[in-house]
Each structure stands twice: as C-alpha cells, then as structure tokens.
Write a protein that binds this ligand. Structure first.
Ligand SMILES: Cc1cc2nc3c(=O)[nH]c(=O)nc-3n(C[C@H](O)[C@H](O)[C@H](O)COP(=O)(O)OP(=O)(O)OC[C@H]3O[C@@H](n4cnc5c(N)ncnc54)[C@H](O)[C@@H]3O)c2cc1C
Length: 419
C-alpha cells in the first residue's frame, strides 16, 4: 500500500487526512508527524481555553483512539527535520527516517516576533514573562503565569491580540493593547469601524494604545515594563506578542522546495516542481497568497484529497476570505474592501462609536464587494452569500444593512469535517 506521510498534526493536516479517508479510507498507509505532544485540537478555541470559557478536553477534535481506529500512526511530540526529496524520506528528530510515496506538508504558521530589545534572553528563548499564543502549551503557560501577576501588555491589536487581551482580563489582569497602526484590526477594518471597535474594547476596561511602537521590554530577571518609542514605559508583568503570523516554511526551504513566503503550490496544492509533495494550510502559498482563515484551509484540503485520491481535474483557485471573529467579545464580520476605493463605488454606512455599532457595505457595478459589521452582525449570512456568489442586490442598498433578520447570525460558520 502506498505510504502517505503528513507533517503537521494541526487543523489543515488532519482535515486533509479526514478528507482523504472520506474518499478512499483504505488507499494509504498513513503516518502523521506532529511536534506538539497532543492529539489534534481546535486551535481557534485556544482563546476560549485561555479565558476559562472552555476546558482543554472541550477543544480536542481527534483524540488518540481516532488515529488507531483509522489505522493511522501518530508520531506526536516528534519534529520533522528535513525532507530528502530524492530518496523519498523524511528525517525526524531522534528517530529513524520515514519513507513516503506521497508527502503532505502542513506545518502551519509561526508567530512573527518584532525586533524589540530585551524580548529574548541569550540561549534561553523569551525573557521570563513574554509569551505567544499559538499552541495548547503556550496557553497553559500563559494561564499559569497570569495567576500570580497583575498587568499585561499585548503587542498587536489584530484578532489574536484582542482575543488574548480578553482572555487574560478574565484572569483579573489589567490589560493594555499596543498597536502600531492608527486603528485596531487594520488588516480587516477601515478607520471608522476600527474606531467603533476601540470604543467597545475600551468600554470593557482594556487599555488601547494606537500608533504606538514598543522598542524595549524592560526588567532584569523578569518583565517589568514595555518601553514605547515615544519614551513612555507601560509597567507590566507579562507581555503577549500577537504581531502576526508567518508561514512555517523553514524546513521546506532547507529541504530545497520552492519557498517564497510559504511553500509555493500549484492549483492541485502540489509543491512547485514536485510530483509527490503537497503543502496545505497556513504554510502554503498559492498564487502569491498565504491563507490563515479556516474556510480557505478546508477548501485546500478538499482539493488536495481529491487530487491525491485520483481526481485529476480537482483544482484550487484561491478563496474569498470572510473574517468572522469575536474580538475580545465584540462580534466582527468583515469581507472584501473596507471602504470605497473608486469615486463610483456606492457606500452605505451607519457608524456609532457611542452605541458601539458599525455597519457598512461597498457596492461596485451592482455587486457587493465589501461589508463590515462590528458590534451588531445581524444579516451577516445574507451579506456573505451576496459577496460570495455575486447575488443581485436590492435597489435601495440601505436595505442590505437595515433589512436584516432580527436574530443575530452565528459568528462562525466553518463547515464541519467529513466523517
Ligand atoms: C488563538 C487562535 C485563534 C484563532 N482564531 C481563528 C479564527 O477565528 N478564524 C480563523 O480562520 N483562524 C483562526 N486562527 C488561525 C488558525 O488557527 C490557523 O490559521 C490554522 O490553525 C492553520 O492551520 P494549519 O494546519 O495550517 O496550522 P496549525 O494548526 O498551526 O498546525 C500546524 C502543526 O504543525 C506542527 N509542526 C510545524 N512544524 C513541524 C515539523 N517540522 N514537524 C512536526 N510538526 C510540525 C505545528 O506545531 C502544528 O501543530 C486562530 C489561531 C489561534 C492561535
């Protein structure tokens, strides 16, 4: 039986395995290599574990029995060091190499760590009190450290930073979010929506410093403060770095694969120039684009599974991204452009920092090309449908915002895995 090796026991890697099993359960002898010492869990739900809203056991997607049931060998807590493309082997840390016929790289992303003095201690990694939020172990460590401390600075005012802020606030810490741009979630929101979000977040008692650049983490034995470029010091016991994510493609690059930002793949999710190696998820770069959103990863996993099980015509053409997050408890849905770009674009907006609600749509040539909902996401599902499918719009564009159904739409509509 052909051997399939998957590097990465995360969201995209295991989704791909599930998709393959759903098509051709008997077709491969499957081995999954994952450097985290756990089964497969819902990474998105880590913020709920951090805030105390969920237990670790609640977020487990596939425990160890699932692998055994499907005849999958899981090497957990094992790191893949290098791919020997010519010998079809994966070299592992402290183990015999693994032979593969087909290989899937699903190594995800790693936190981007800005160059800030004092963040790291020579030979010891992060300074005591500095954290990132990517893994279950990160989350456990943050919770443990938060218990004995009072103040945290979160570097980064994107969705992850805001989730970390709210999560730590639930442990009784005073939180300040430091963000370099002039409004929160600037990658997803326009300035007005960002202002509304800031009011909501500030209303929760979370401090927000915008246009602020941390230049140093202070403290000799442990973190004592974060110094900003304007000379102010923000006293704190903890620093959480949530300044973005980069594809984890170092191992692929060292193995000679084509890597730009991520592992470059074609429309079949096959690594550039390779016959038997695929990449999927946050480590993959397709047509110059790296996707972190789960919906995109699911689409990629489906195409990869189709192709690897013999559907030669399967193709991935990229994803239209809709951001749905609960940013520190404030519901946000954003898609397409945030604000009008051309003079002919139609723009309908209602935005009230006082009420903490922003709702806007951008229409071009009769099509919805962008929508932003903050604090009131009623009607989100209909907007997503119009955006995704280019549906005809009401003549009065305001109906898109004000004709929404009364019941709030769910924030997450991530499709369930095939079983
Ligand atoms: C707290 C949090 C909240 C999030 N919320 C959202 C959200 O609301 N919506 C959304 O769309 N996305 C969200 N994301 C992002 C989403 O979780 C990621 O985009 C997604 O997990 C990427 O899936 P992946 O399989 O590519 O990578 P991962 O899930 O990160 O899995 C990669 C796995 O591979 C392992 N690995 C890496 N290198 C090696 C190696 N050499 N050998 C062995 N194993 C290796 C990693 O340790 C990891 O376990 C969130 C992320 C976090 C951390």
């Amino acid at each position: 039986m052909p051997r399939l090796v998957v590097i990465g026991n995360g969201m995209a890697g295991i989704r791909t395995v599930e998709e393959i099993l759903a098509r051709d359960g008997e077709g491969f002898e499957i081995t999954v290599v994952g450097d985290e010492p756990h089964g497969n869990y819902d990474r998105l739900a880590l913020s709920r574990v951090l805030s105390g809203a969920a237990e670790e056991s609640d977020i487990l997607l596939n425990g160890l029995p699932w692998y055994a049931e499907h005849g999958i060998t899981l090497l957990s807590g094992v790191r893949a060091k290098r791919i020997d493309r010519f010998a079809h082997r994966v070299r592992l840390d402290g183990r015999e190499p693994l032979r593969y016929d087909k290989l899937v790289i699903a190594t995800g992303g790693v936190p981007f760590i800005p160059d800030i003095a004092g963040m790291r201690v020579a030979d010891r990694g992060f300074h005591q009190g500095v954290f990132t939020l990517r893994t279950l172990d990160d989350t456990r460590n943050m919770i443990r450290y938060a218990r004995g401390h009072q103040r945290a600075v979160v570097i980064g005012g994107g969705p992850l930073g805001l989730e970390a802020a709210r999560g730590l606030q639930n442990h009784g810490l005073d939180i300040t979010v430091v963000h370099g741009a002039t409004h929160l979630m600037d990658q997803q929101l326009g300035a007005r929506a960002g202002l509304v979000l800031k009011h909501r977040i500030a209303g929760l008692g979370i401090g927000v410093e915008l246009g602020a650049r941390p230049v140093a983490v202070l403290g000799r034995r442990r973190v004592m403060a974060v110094r900003l470029a304007d000379g102010r010091d923000l006293p704190c016991d903890m620093v959480v770095v949530a300044a973005g994510v980069r594809p984890d493609s170092a191992m692929a690059r060292a193995s000679g694969l084509v890597v730009q930002r991520g592992v470059v793949v074609d429309d079949r999710m096959r690594a550039a120039g390779e016959r038997d190696i695929y990449a999927v998820g946050a480590c993959a770069e397709h047509r110059g684009q790296v996707y972190g959103a789960l919906a995109a990863l699911w689409e990629q996993a489906g195409v990869l599974a189709d192709h690897i099980t013999g559907a030669a015509s399967a193709a991935y053409h990229g994803s239209r991204i809709v951001t749905r997050v609960s940013a520190a408890g404030v519901d946000v849905v954003a898609m397409g452009v945030a604000e009008p770009e051309w003079p002919e674009d139609e723009y309908v907006v209602t935005s009230s920092p006082r009420l903490g609600v922003h709702r806007s749509v951008v229409v071009r040539d009769g099509r919805l090309i962008g929508a932003t909902l903050v604090g009131d996401i009623r009607g989100a599902a209909a907007l997503v449908e119009a955006f995704d499918q280019g549906l005809p719009l009401p003549e009065d564009r305001a109906d898109l915002l004000f004709d929404a159904p009364a019941a709030p739409d769910a924030v997450s509509d991530v499709p369930k895995a095939p079983r």
